[in-house]
Design a binder for this molecule. Sequence first.
Ligand code: PLP
Length: 352
Amino acid sequence: SRGFGGAAGMTRNLNRDTVIISSNENPLGPAQSALSAIGETAPLGGRYHQEETMKTVAVFNDLFGLKPGYVALTPGSGGPLDLALMSNIGPDKPLVYGDPSYEQGFRAAETMKAPKVPVPLNAAFAHDVKAMVKAHPSPGAYYIVNPNNPTGTITPREDILWLLANKPAGSVVIVDEAYHHFSEQDSVIDQVAADKDIIVLRTFSKIYGMAGLRAGVAVARPDLLAKFTTVAAPARSLASISITSSAAARASLQDKELVPLRRKINADVRAETLEFLEKHNYKVLPGSQANFFMIDVKRPGRDFQAAMIKENIAIGRSWPAMPNYVRVTVGTKQEMAKFQTAFVKCMDTAPG
Ligand code: PLP
């Protein structure tokens, strides 16, 4: 059995043939440019080489027109996401977030004993920014995942700009762009460059295929990044990326073909899979612009997930707000063919 995480509670059931479409990873893995960079950098690994990570930050700054001091390069984006959330919320500073959305938001609120203010997504499964502003007079932070996890849907950039303009002074907007590159949406990193009350998280785990290599970025005004240190020691949390991961991240940023190519591959396989499901009258949640989507399996998602693992297909979980929907990651064309066969079989045979 393989030691894969992510598919909650199912790690031990995976074997070598299991199709893993549970954790929104990229089946293509790191790009060749990233692998070459790792090969060249690994022999230098006997030294700390802080200049290696500084080079990657400089490339990121150039791409987004950011001044020095606005970027923290981190091992994945989950760590800095926690710091972004935790340094802005607390018992008197609630967290306002979409429902359903990525659970790390409300878990950070629980850790900090901050009141949780979930706000249902709107009819288009976008974050309902107007309802979010109405939901509480003085939250510590608003958490927006764009595209959203688990729905894959987009919150229009104009809505995030509206939120920034209409939120109470003193609260920050945290925008999680983990799946940004799969979508056609414009980023809001320019709002960081414009010194707004916003923190944007990016990761190399998704389109760049580096989930296990661990690289991510927190982008915010220096004073907001400095606040991270109120909840974690800076050396431990912000400066601990390996030189190989830094070099791989930089090579990925500089590889101009990578994002458009992988965006298209993902969109094509996703469209093909959705077409199959719709042709067979299965109900898919519309509007995903990410590398995953949700399907109504008309029974508790957890039971369906268990039936699929018996067919050697590890699919994603369901969310309390949508208990009969499961989240499925877009794998390769071949993996999705296996998924389709197993899906039809389980819909036909599993109780429901
Ligand atoms: N944010 C979202 C919305 C995610 O779905 C994930 C992982 O699945 C993360 C953040 C954290 O990922 P990582 O720490 O690998 O960057």
